[in-house]
Design a protein around this ligand. Structure first.
Ligand SMILES: Cc1ncc(C[n+]2csc(CCOP(=O)(O)OP(=O)(O)O)c2C)c(N)n1
Length: 295
């Protein structure tokens, strides 16, 4: 991806806003928020040159805690929102953030088709293995035997094997990080932003208020950075096996990447050879008239 060039000297401070964070003490959202700002600053992307799209959830409350163009969408719909914005202006780096509740239940349809479409956006999964904002209900990624709000005996459904599911969708970029490892998340985000196509980043994160099973300490002990292990990120079968087998340790880092496939925009025949973007071609329209019935 082409990084906008008028962004020399960008620092994390450019992303600073006075809006106070409302996440619980120890929430993994702080780590993702920090690594996002750091990755963007290290790539030299200024706040006016990026779009950050947030789903509904604790993670989505990050939308006003960072100084950039941000959109806070509907629950489970962040991928379609981000993909639409990217298609209108492919020059713009677009990141989307969503929870495991949103991504594997309400928005699972959008999630599936994002891989098929290979939209050139980054999707960061805030994986705290529960519905945080609505106070700790089980999501499809909650461990089955865990007592949660609305499921005091544990949920009757089995836990979704999310990484096996992701690999069944023929991804072009899969990475996994841990909210306590900001250095690693920063490197993963930088690679994801520059990836040609849909970059899926699963961040295992602490939720000290409602997730009493995959805690920060548990993740700290179990997560293992594979960057020095000689793993071949182009080996689909090896990456899938590494991603799925979390029995002894949880592999983190870039697990799989291929860049030989065109992204969605490159495949759209009517856009071939165009020097302009869709936003250049559409006149500015006032929606005031449409809104008058609601004001
Ligand atoms: C379509 C729809 N379903 C349900 C809700 C209610 N709701 C709002 S936030 C939320 C929980 C979000 O959980 P998750 O997506 O995992 O994000 P987290 O809060 O854990 O970051 C729910 C169920 C909603 N707003 N819209």
């Amino acid at each position: 991806m082409k990084i906008p060039l008028d962004s020399k000297g960008v620092s994390m401070h450019d992303y600073y806003t006075e809006t106070q964070c409302s996440w619980c003490d120890g929430c993994g959202d702080y780590g993702v928020w920090t690594a996002t700002k750091r990755a963007l600053a290290e790539l030299g992307i200024a706040p006016h040159n990026v779009l950050l799209c947030y789903d509904v959830g604790c993670n989505g409350n990050g939308a006003d805690k960072i100084n950039a163009y941000t959109v806070h969408g509907l629950h489970g719909r962040v991928i379609s929102l981000a993909a639409g914005a990217k298609l209108a202006n492919p020059e713009l780096p677009v990141m989307a953030f969503g929870g495991d509740g949103a991504s594997f239940s309400e928005g699972v349809g959008h999630f599936v088709h994002a891989f098929r479409s290979n939209y050139p956006i980054t999707f960061v999964l805030h994986n705290n293995a529960n519905y945080g904002l609505t106070t700790g209900q089980s999501s499809s990624l909650t461990w089955q035997d865990q007592a949660m709000n609305t499921a005091p005996n544990g949920m009757p459904e089995h836990t979704l094997n999310s990484m096996d599911f992701v690999f069944s969708l023929e991804p072009t970029f899969v990475a996994r990080g841990f909210s306590g490892n900001i250095d690693q998340m920063t490197e993963i985000f930088k690679a994801a932003i520059q990836h040609r196509g849909f970059a899926f980043v699963d961040i295992l994160q602490a939720c000290p208020t409602y997730n009493k099973f995959a805690t920060h300490d548990y993740l700290l002990e179990k997560c293992h950075d594979i960057s020095g292990d000689g793993h071949d990120t182009s080996d689909f079968a090896a990456a899938r096996a590494l991603a799925v087998d979390t029995s002894e340790r949880i592999a983190t880092g870039i697990l799989y990447q291929r860049e030989d496939l065109p992204d969605f925009y490159e495949r759209l025949v009517p856009r071939q050879g165009k020097k302009t973007t869709a936003v250049d071609e559409v006149e500015i329209q006032s929606v005031k008239g449409l809104c008058k019935d609601f004001i």
